[in-house]
Design a protein around this ligand. Structure first.
Ligand SMILES: Cc1cc2nc3c(=O)[nH]c(=O)nc-3n(C[C@H](O)[C@H](O)[C@H](O)COP(=O)(O)OP(=O)(O)OC[C@H]3O[C@@H](n4cnc5c(N)ncnc54)[C@H](O)[C@@H]3O)c2cc1C
Length: 384
């Protein structure tokens, strides 16, 4: 059973208007992306543009001033389009907004009424949220010690997108040995506890995915969101992978656009082999889009279950494959220029290759295969 439940339908005009506002903001975001491609960078201006277009509040349920993007099944299609379009303009910004959506979704699903209201107020006020789950290999998990009405945290998270800029971060930690993880909502001031020195990645530099050390941080116990295991609860945990695949799809589309512009510039588009490459890249972009648009309603449905997890496993694998194919074709089509700054394809390819690395790809495909193996229906009828 999915954690998100149907909400009253939105007025039909709202979502198209919201997406139209986003489309107006995208050229500016895309134009700023090359300048943000630097160690330690964070796209503050672009986050402000998203806020201006209503996209920091849009993930909230309508009752709390949002449009249900990520918190209602009715918002699935618009969420998918928004993730793809933002990823197309800037993959690092797409990563940051995807984290914002995920955090609000978790708080809306697991928080109590006061926690939901407060998070909604913060999102409407333009505060950026994130989910930071990844621990450093070899280090103990983040510890949560109860001290009466307060909790005290110990430990570190790595690969925290938006470290130093995110003001509300959901982190996972262990309160009692052997118990599933708990979620803690951290209020953070700009720069607080952030260390970006380890974020030396080839791409996605502007995602500012640094480390956060929370050792010694004390918070009211009300910072704990939901029961133990809330973060990993299924199907949301695994099926939520469609969202990063949607952002990646935007990256494939940006790569296709960069290749097309290159062929126009050099007058090489009429060459039969180059035309075939462009056609194949366009096909890969469309393949990815069809997969994520099929996964979104399944994963966001109120009655989503095992089948949605398996379908998402296939979708994220298909998108990864489409992206890797598009990357190889673009390199061959453009040649050395694809490796030289400031060619647009150079930056997009670095960002996309880096962002393709998401947790447990083999497990996702293996899980989908196990679902197909155990099913009684014909493989061609499995997903109806
Ligand atoms: C740009 C960017 C931003 C990020 N931001 C955040 C963030 O804000 N918050 C956050 O929590 N995390 C973040 N992450 C981390 C992300 O969620 C993943 O943890 C990370 O990308 C994992 O990548 P990996 O390739 O090391 O995955 P892995 O899961 O380690 O996969 C690597 C390979 O090992 C295989 N493998 C996995 N497990 C096993 C096993 N047990 N045995 C054998 N093989 C195995 C996989 O199938 C794959 O082939 C970010 C990552 C990126 C790239």
């Amino acid at each position: 059973m999915s954690l998100i439940q149907p909400t009253p339908p939105l007025p039909p005009a709202d979502l198209p208007a919201l997406l139209a506002g986003l489309r107006r903001a995208l050229p500016g975001i895309a134009a700023r992306a090359p300048a943000r491609d630097a160690d330690g960078a964070f796209p503050a201006e672009d986050v402000a543009a998203l806020r201006e277009a209503g996209f920091l509040a849009a993930p909230l349920p309508p009752a709390l001033g949002g449009q249900g993007l990520g918190t209602s099944p009715e918002g699935a299609a618009a969420l998918c389009t928004a993730l793809r379009l933002i990823g197309r303009a800037s993959l690092p910004l797409g990563r940051l907004w995807e984290g914002h959506v995920n955090a609000l979704r978790l708080i809306m699903a697991h928080g109590d009424s006061a926690q939901r209201q407060e998070a909604a107020r913060d999102a409407r006020a333009g505060r950026l949220f994130a989910v930071w789950n990844t621990g450093a290999p070899g280090e103990p998990p983040l510890g949560i010690e109860h001290r009466g009405e307060r909790i005290r945290l110990t430990g570190r998270k790595i690969l925290c997108s938006g470290a130093g800029s995110v003001e509300r971060a959901l982190v996972t930690g262990i309160a009692t040995p052997g118990e599933p993880t708990r979620l803690v909502l951290l209020p953070l001031a700009p720069g607080e506890r952030a260390d970006l020195s380890g974020w030396t990645a080839q791409g996605m530099r502007a995602s500012a995915s640094g480390a956060i050390d929370v050792t010694g941080l004390e918070l009211p116990a009300a910072a704990l969101i939901g029961p133990p295991g809330a973060y990993e609860s299924q199907p949301d945990f695994a099926a939520g992978a469609w969202r990063f695949a949607a952002v990646q799809t935007g990256g494939i589309e940006a790569l296709a656009a960069a290749l097309r512009a290159h062929l126009h510039r050099l007058g090489r588009g009429g060459d039969a082999i180059q035309a075939a490459r462009l056609g194949e890249v366009a096909m890969q972009a469309e393949t990815a889009r069809l997969w994520v648009e099929a996964a979104a309603p399944r994963a966001e449905a109120g009655d989503a279950g095992e089948s949605a997890i398996a379908f998402t496993g296939l979708a994220r694998t298909a998108v990864e494959r489409a992206a890797m194919e598009a990357l190889a074709l673009t390199e061959r089509a453009i040649g050395l220029q694809a490796f030289l700054r400031p060619h647009e394809a150079e930056r997009i390819a670095r960002d996309l290759s880096t962002y393709l690395r998401q947790p447990g790809p083999d497990r996702a495909l293996g899980g989908a295969a196990a679902h197909v193996l155990a099913a009684a229906a014909e493989p061609g009828d499995l997903w109806d």
